[in-house]
Design a protein around this ligand. Structure first.
Ligand SMILES: Cc1ncc(C[n+]2csc(CCOP(=O)(O)OP(=O)(O)O)c2C)c(N)n1
Ligand SMILES: [Mg+2]
Length: 819
């Protein structure tokens, strides 16, 4: 049922003030004695030692980057190392209470967080679970080398496993946490709840909320933490992720059983600097990152600033905030104050800060300070701590030596096809969970299902076109595919702008509001970055998502999320995760320069994305069925020009039952022998008109092949056609320069060089902004353009009088002008 949130004029126009409350700053002031109920002696030692593990790990990297050697062992590490020396207390404090059901996301500077979280999760795990993870992960690939040099307790082995796996990952070894495919800035290890770290500053801000969403939608335990820097709070996607996480609907409209607000902590690792810019005093104006919470919701995101130069205030804050999340009152913002003693990277000359400032923080060093705190409180003698520290430092050194040993830790196999092989998982997954999918009604009762039942599933009936009202159309095909998968896969959710109630901006979702509970279909904020980012986070957790961007023109708003997040985590995980996301993107018409662009080429250019563009009801249903049964990210373009078209190419019409179409397979929409016309998107219909005219006026039979996909493309069908005809025209509604057809034409030239009578000719839209609808005929390829291009560039048509300029000379002239 549609929701009803009344906007009452007397209420929204009434005089009042917005209440706000004070935001605590470094409020923690407990002594070790006062904390005795929370920590045993051993707990305090573990906190200290975990910090020391991180310091030694980072110190090792620092030494090899600066001097090419550590403790007399030389190593040349070519890749990056963004160190967090100084931030150990913040990392250990953050991770201390978290187990493997709690999931952290990080940044380019997250080595410390990975180690802290891995060790903390391992410490809380039973021996058998630990053993099964370590033995099971890539057949014990990381464990075997560790076991060769260390025999001890399961936990001590696990500690070394994390350190060795992290070193190996940074050094691009097969034995890395991500088989060496992630590297320093992207390492992660899902079995211990360590989710991707992100080299895109603030990248985790939009992705992590999707993981928290997964936990709510699928009733899973645990919380999600996005560890991001202070300067990241200037990033739009972080604000979008916050907005997405703080939507009212989780508590106001969703089933309360799901748990309420997202279990999400935005944890600012506030080291006071970007690379050199200073958010406080220079590049931002909030002074306290915690203040941002006050602008988000009445609870002010339960924001507070905590002293992250001491692990105990951070642990204390996480203990309280976890409780808030368990009560469904998330999200939370923590402003964890710390300091980066190391440079941004080893080449950093620290020109942006004074020596004196650096020395003051070094004097206050969190590890030494915590050691002193334990000694002063009489918990440990200084010597005991020094001795324990030396032992963990030795363990880190041993793991370093192991990770640089080429025999034990071989390089990730770059010479083979390995990276290519893990780009796509290419799996067929019926459902990601066995539980019963939640539906609100028997689907035979659904109004849209009933309406479709009365439609004619072919475009022609008794030789006559079926009216638009009666014809089963592209929208219906998409709807049937969606409903099919929604009724099988309980994890599948769909979200985007105006998805619920409205029925999707272009009515594809009409009927789904009645069929699905809120958590399976909901309206998102106008936050394209968060829509795609959250889809990525949701999929990383193991759920299927359909996310929607209303117009292709809005892809720029979700640029990073499409180009760097959606596309890359399968391969950067070393093939360990799947990315079952269908990103529906509508291509506009009649809406001018910022609402009518076909950006298939931009998506197809990015490695790691499948990109399709079906334009018939049969293809729409079959290709969406395939995309929704797969395990890869599919950017699914749809055209607003043809949403209401019936099925004009298959006499049998669109089957009522389930079927799939291979996403790489071009389709011959009309057979012919004299000329091949390859199309993508709605240019199919222009090409068919042109083929009709070629037949009627010139007696030529053109074969029209609908590419249907921009990546992957199986060229066999195209090659067979071009070998037969020897002539090929490629047509697209995208602007011609850099279009998908440019690559296809280049490939056809290579594959069919000996069979071609003329070079392939491309007709695309003009390389302009899309003009007003009244002028679209000058912009989008018209039938006449196709005929003229054939006449001028492929095959002179007897008696043909061109009415448009399609000569090679004209192409050169336009190119010279960049238009
Ligand atoms: C989107 C993006 N912009 C810029 C950079 C370059 N860069 C890398 S780290 C960094 C500073 C980030 O500062 P902050 O978020 O505070 O994290 P910190 O480095 O302090 O841990 C910048 C600008 C980047 N990696 N990604
Ligand atoms: Mg910073």
């Amino acid at each position: 049922m549609p929701k009803s949130i009344i906007v009452a004029p007397e209420k929204v126009l009434a005089k009042s003030v917005i209440p706000s409350s004070e935001i605590p700053v470094n409020a923690y002031d407990k002594t070790i004695q006062e904390e005795s109920a929370n920590y045993s002696k051993e707990d305090l030692l573990n906190i200290f030692l975990d910090m020391c593990v991180i310091r030694e790990f980072e110190n090792t990297l620092n030494q090899i980057k600066l001097k090419g050697a550590h403790k007399g062992v030389s190593y040349n590490h070519r890749g990056p190392a963004h160190l967090s020396i100084g931030q150990e207390a913040a990392a250990v404090g953050m991770a201390y209470l978290l187990d493997s059901t709690d999931h952290i996301f990080g940044s380019h500077r997250s080595h410390g967080e990975i180690l802290a979280k891995g060790i903390s999760a391992a410490r809380k795990m039973g021996e058998s679970d630990l053993n099964s993870i370590m033995n099971g992960f890539i057949d014990g690939n990381i464990l075997r080398p560790v076991e060769k040099v260390f025999q001890g307790s399961t936990f001590e082995t696990a500690l070394r496993y994390v350190v060795y796996g992290a070193f190996s990952e940074i050094f691009a070894r097969e034995t890395g946490l991500n088989l060496g495919c992630g590297g320093s800035m992207h390492a992660f290890f899902i079995p211990f709840g360590i989710f991707p770290n992100n080299a895109i500053v603030g990248g985790s801000g939009s992705v992590a909320p999707g993981a928290a969403l997964f936990k709510r939608c699928n009733r899973k335990e645990g919380i999600v933490v996005a560890n991001i820097g202070d300067a990241s709070f200037g990033c739009g996607p972080v604000w979008e992720g916050i907005t997405f996480s703080a939507m009212d609907q989780y508590r106001k409209l969703w089933d309360p059983d799901l748990g309420g607000g997202l279990p999400m902590i935005f944890n600012c690792m506030n080291n006071h600097y970007g690379m050199g810019g200073q958010p406080n005093g220079e590049t931002m104006g909030c002074q306290f990152i915690a203040r941002i919470g006050a602008g988000v919701n009445p609870e002010q995101m339960h924001a507070e600033r905590v002293n992250g130069y001491d692990p105990l205030p951070v642990i204390d804050a996480f203990r309280r905030k976890k409780q808030i999340l368990a009560e469904g009152r998330g999200p939370v913002l923590l402003d964890t104050v710390t300091y980066r003693i190391s440079g941004h990277s080893p080449s950093d000359a620290s020109s942006y800060r004074s020596k004196e400032e650096l020395e003051r923080w070094e004097r206050a060093d969190s590890i030494n300070a915590f050691q002193k705190k334990l000694v002063d409180a009489g918990v440990y003698a200084s010597g005991e701590l020094e001795e324990a520290r030396a032992k963990v430092e030795d363990a880190v050194f041993d793991m370093f030596k192991l990770a640089i040993d080429d025999e034990v830790s071989p390089r990730t196999p770059v010479s083979s096809e390995f990276v290519g092989e893990i780009m796509f998982s290419n799996r067929k997954i019926e459902k990601f969970d066995d539980r019963e999918p939640e539906l609100l009604q028997d689907l035979s009762e659904n109004p849209r299902v009933k309406q479709i039942k009365n439609k004619v599933r072919t475009g022609y009936e008794n030789g006559k076109p079926v009216s638009k009202m009666k014809a089963y159309n592209v929208r219906d095909g998409l709807f049937e595919a969606l409903l099919h998968r929604f009724s099988i896969d309980p994890t599948m959710v769909a979200f985007g702008e105006e998805n619920r109630d409205w029925g999707g901006a272009f009515a594809v979702y009409r009927g789904l509001t009645e069929a699905l509970p809120y958590h399976r279909l909901f309206n998102s904020p106008i936050s394209e970055a968060a829509i795609v980012g959250a889809a990525v986070g949701y999929a990383l957790e193991g759920g299927r998502v359909v996310a929607e961007l209303m117009y292709a023109d809005f892809m720029g708003r979700a640029g990073d999320e499409i180009f760097n997040q959606l596309s890359k985590w399968q391969s950067m995980s070393g093939g360990q995760v799947t990315m079952p996301v269908v990103l529906r993107i509508s291509v506009g018409a009649k809406y001018g320069a910022q609402h009518s662009q076909d950006w298939t080429a931009i998506a197809a250019h990015i490695p790691g994305l499948k990109v399709v563009y079906p334009v018939t009801p049969y293809d729409a249903k079959g290709m969406l069925n395939s995309a929704l049964a797969g395990s890869d990210p599919v950017v699914f373009f749809e055209s607003q020009k043809i949403y209401d078209y019936g099925e004009l190419f298959r006499e049998e019409g669109v089957p009522e039952g389930y079927y799939e179409i291979d996403l790489s397979e071009p389709d011959v929409k009309r057979a012919g022998k004299d000329l091949t016309i390859v199309t993508i998107g709605p240019s199919l219909y222009t090409a068919v008109d042109a083929a009709n005219e070629l037949q009627e006026k010139y007696g030529l039979s053109a074969e029209v092949v609908d590419l249907r996909a921009a990546n992957p493309i199986d060229y066999d069908t195209l090659i067979a056609s071009v070998k037969k005809t020897g002539k090929v025209l490629l047509v697209t509604d995208a602007v011609e320069r850099g279009s998908v057809m440019q690559s296809v034409a280049a490939n056809i030239t290579q594959f069919c060089f000996d069979d071609l009578d003329a070079p392939p000719a491309i007709v695309g839209s003009r390389n302009w902004i899309t003009p007003a609808p009244e002028l679209e005929e000058c912009f989008f390829p018209q039938t006449s353009w196709l005929l003229d291009a054939i006449h001028e560039r492929i095959l002179p048509l007897p008696g043909h009088q061109p009415t448009t300029r399609q000569t090679l000379g004209e192409l050169q002239r336009r190119s010279r002008l960049g238009i």
